[in-house]
Design a protein around this ligand. Structure first.
Ligand SMILES: C[S@@+](CC[C@H](N)C(=O)[O-])C[C@H]1O[C@@H](n2cnc3c(N)ncnc32)[C@H](O)[C@@H]1O
Length: 215
């Protein structure tokens, strides 16, 4: 088992917030605004255990036939595999690739949708540019979708201010949107949601998670 597991520390951190509930509620709004019926294949980066990605797929991707998760943390990749083995995405052919966005060698075929949930902050600007170019040129075609979930740092929050004080470079949604538009995509739909997080009296796990982000 890895000495510092992103899987366990993220779980500790997320006990302090209502992200899961807010995300779940937001799916209903997305369902009302975006048609995902043509999505049969999906590629997701930085899934961790994949709970949010599977929830997204179960609620919105009714015609999904294949799902590939790309995740560098070994324990998180194992958790994702275990969820697939338990049948959490029934009727879907699944694959887990244990690697980072930067080292990923690609998939054989084009995909209909790409999920980037809370991962782009871990990737520097040049590597993001390469990723968006690859998605645009090799993996997606007209009408295909990239779904991004990320922090809005331009609205000051204790969480963002803490990370800034620790020297963690946050990338704001607006910056990502600019990069995505530069790569040739267009925005179909976007929505803000507000997550509450209480980091008072932090546990060891919370402190280790913040420290891991700052290292
Ligand atoms: C904050 S978690 C997000 C997990 C999940 N997508 C969610 O929204 O609940 C970030 C995940 O990205 C992974 N990650 C970190 N750097 C990455 C990289 N360079 N390429 C792909 N994934 C990365 C981490 O291991 C972690 O599982």
């Amino acid at each position: 088992m890895a000495e510092i597991s992103y899987l366990r520390l993220l779980a500790e951190f997320r006990k302090r917030d209502n992200f899961a509930a807010v995300f779940r509620a937001a799916l209903e709004d997305v369902a009302a605004k975006v048609d995902f019926s043509r999505v049969k294949s999906c590629l997701a980066f930085g899934t961790n255990s994949g709970e949010r990605e599977m929830e997204f797929a179960r609620r919105l991707l009714a015609n999904l036939r294949s799902f590939t998760g790309v995740e560098p943390d070994p324990e998180s990749a194992s958790a994702l595999r275990a969820s697939f083995q338990k049948g959490l995405l029934p009727g879907v052919e699944t694959l887990v690739v244990e690697t980072s966005i930067q080292s990923w060698n690609g998939v054989g075929d084009h995909v209909d949708a790409v999920l980037l949930f809370n991962v782009l902050g871990h990737v520097d600007a040049k590597d993001r540019e390469d990723l968006f170019q690859q998605l645009m040129r090799r993996y997606l075609s007209c009408g295909d979708l990239v779904v991004v979930c990320t922090d809005v740092c331009s609205v000051p929050s204790a969480d963002v201010l803490l990370m800034e004080r620790l020297g963690v470079q946050h990338v704001d949604y607006d910056k990502l949107e600019e990069e995505i538009l530069d790569a040739g995509f267009r925005v179909v739909f976007k929505q803000d949601f507000e997550v509450r997080r209480d980091l008072s009296d932090p546990s060891d796990g919370v402190v280790k998670f913040v420290k891991m982000c700052a290292d």
